[in-house]
Design a protein. Structure first.
Length: 163
């Protein structure tokens, strides 16, 4: 079972620092979101020999979906076992423990991932790495990366995650 509260506790603890138990990247947003999901009990799937498949970290390496935003988007959209998510139409459909993927340029290439940590007056707030963010409005309109063509991908994490 996915424990949203445990995932959010992790997100709150590590939003502005790096957990030494995991690799750290110059662009660390997806790695951070993956750590939050794992802290909530989302099971890793796949193996250390094939970085293109599954969602995992260990043995000094990691899957692309663990660390690359574009890959995490496709993993969440297509996974049928283990970590699963349902794509939602609106940020209003998200709960703490869910994920937002950002395509800042609207070109089909995902640029950023953030983790929903709370809701204020019904509006999701997110934490993120790279440009470390704490309780930021989900829309990222104040980000220098925001453009008029931005596209959002809203993912509600399935609580019934199991292998």
């Amino acid at each position: 079972m996915y424990d949203r509260e445990a995932a959010v506790r992790y997100a709150e603890k590590w939003w502005n620092k790096r957990n030494p138990a995991f690799p750290a990247f110059a662009v660390d947003c997806t790695n951070y979101v993956s750590q939050c999901l794992l802290a909530g009990g989302a099971p890793m799937r796949g193996g250390y020999a094939d970085r293109k498949n599954g969602w995992w970290v260990g043995g000094g390496t990691w899957s692309f979906s663990w660390s690359v935003t574009h890959s995490l988007r496709w993993y969440l959209e297509g996974s049928k076992k283990g970590l699963k998510a349902v794509r939602k139409a609106s940020a209003a459909d998200l709960l703490p423990g869910d994920v937002i993927i950002y395509d800042f340029n609207g070109d089909g290439r995902m640029d950023h991932a953030a983790f929903v940590v709370s809701r204020q007056n019904g509006v999701p707030l997110v934490n993120a790495h790279t440009a470390d963010s704490y309780h930021r409005h989900w829309s990222y309109t104040t980000s220098p990366a925001h453009t008029a063509g931005i596209r959002y991908y809203f993912f509600h994490i399935d609580e019934n995650t199991s292998l």
